[in-house]
Ligand binder design. Structure first.
Ligand SMILES: [Zn+2]
Length: 62
């Protein structure tokens, strides 16, 4: 399978996979990692750094 977080496959995504991370506020960063806040049924897309952030960080923002 092709890499889904690198290269031209990203260009098919809305905003080409980039945006402002809701957790750390980094702009124009790739938002490719889904995290689910505790008690929520929907996921949010976060950047690579925040993909490994503790759950409390995710919950604090949402
Ligand atoms: Zn982030």
């Amino acid at each position: 399978m092709a890499k889904q977080k690198r290269g031209h496959s990203l260009w098919n995504l809305p905003t080409r996979g980039r945006g402002t991370c809701p957790i750390c506020g980094a702009t124009r960063i790739k938002l490719l990692y889904p995290r689910t806040p505790t008690g929520s049924r929907k996921t949010i897309q976060v950047c690579k750094r925040c993909s490994v952030a503790p759950q409390s960080k995710i919950d604090a923002v949402v």
